[in-house]
Design a protein around this ligand. Structure first.
Ligand code: CP
Length: 333
């Protein structure tokens, strides 16, 4: 049987996603299973993490497996992901060789790499992640990349389902927020894809110029049409918030300023009002407040909102453990 990877939220069709959500609830209370007995998960981090790293370790332990963290910047060689290149530059090892080697040590490999070079076109291809997926013969799991954060999005779906039960026809708003530095779009693309897959009425609220990736938006739109949901984009926070059942806050950087963060910072000086406060929440249908974390308090959302009873941010974080137990069992069971 061929191995299964999870690189993108769109790797999960509706039925498979629903199976994983159901499995998550079965896994929730189980802290001592043998699903991964004797097996090892490798976690390769090129960037910082609190939730993803810890929740994957905990999930693996609760499945009876063992976890190894590999911190790419300190512990491994610079890697070349392109095929057929003369490796006389900075990279000392080819991903092909690292992937084959790691496949002999571990039973699945999670990778986090958020790239920001001069070129959005280059970064959006996620060469390193896809090169590992091509060359490894074990499951590769995306732990957040330039474009996607599928594990976060599955945990988000779990969190919404536990609060709203049936998600079809419920209103979901992704609202852009400010951040001093440009953030990647991964959690946004992945949660939109899965919300559309489950037939939610999706609104994206962002300032002009902060459009999401065109190709991913085409996928979200197609999924929305298939599921009987809807998709709209507005350029006003209040309009996006009005009547929604879920207000999901996250900052992301603009593609057009990808290689010019100083210019983006200047543009964002006039966007400070994109902060979710009680006034914004009062426009909603008593919405859940969601954010994948880390969150800058009183920049993305006010303390009052973040600490309110409708805020489910810590449930989202907890659900990472349960959802990832289900994902690991699904890919490796
Ligand atoms: N939400 C999330 O992925 O958090 P970390 O960056 O802390 O892993």
């Amino acid at each position: 049987m061929s191995k299964r990877d999870l690189l993108s939220a769109s790797d999960l069709g509706r039925e498979e996603l629903e199976n994983i959500l159901e499995l998550t609830e079965q896994m929730r209370g189980k802290r001592n299973t043998k699903v991964l007995d004797g097996r090892t998960i490798g976690l390769l981090f090129f960037n910082r993490s609190l939730r993803t790293r810890v929740s994957f370790e905990v999930a693996t332990v609760q499945l009876g497996g063992h976890c190894i963290n590999i911190f790419a910047d300190k512990e491994i060689y610079d890697m070349e992901p392109e095929d057929q290149v003369v490796m006389d530059g900075k990279a000392e090892e080819h991903v092909k060789d690292a992937a084959h080697t790691l496949s002999r040590y571990v039973d699945a490999l999670g990778i986090r790499q958020l790239r920001r070079t001069e070129s959005w076109e280059m970064d959006r291809h996620e060469l390193l992640l896809h090169s590992y997926a091509e060359h490894a013969n074990i499951p590769i799991i995306n732990l957040e990349s330039t474009l996607e954060h599928p594990c976060q999005a599955v945990a988000d779906m779990v969190t919404m389902k536990r609060n709203l039960l049936n998600l079809k026809g419920r209103k979901f708003t992704l609202a852009w927020s400010d951040n001093p530095k440009p953030k990647n779009m991964g959690p946004c693309h992945s949660v939109l894809t899965l919300a559309a897959t489950l037939g939610m009425d999706v609104t994206i609220a962002h300032p002009l110029g902060f459009e999401l990736d065109e190709e991913i938006m085409t996928t979200v739109n197609a999924r929305s049409e298939d599921s009987g949901g809807s998709l709209r984009v507005v350029n006003d926070l209040a309009e996006g918030a009005r009547g929604t059942d879920v207000l999901y806050s996250r900052s992301w950087g603009a593609v057009k300023y990808w290689n010019d963060p100083e210019r983006e910072a200047m543009v964002k000086r006039s966007l400070k009002s994109w902060l979710i406060d009680k006034e914004t929440m009062d426009l909603t249908n008593n919405a859940l407040f969601m954010h994948p974390l880390p969150l800058r308090r009183n920049v993305a959302a006010s303390d009052e909102v973040v600490d309110s009873p409708r805020s489910v941010i810590y449930d989202q974080a907890e659900n990472r453990v349960h959802a990832q137990k289900a994902i690991l069992a699904h890919l490796m069971g």
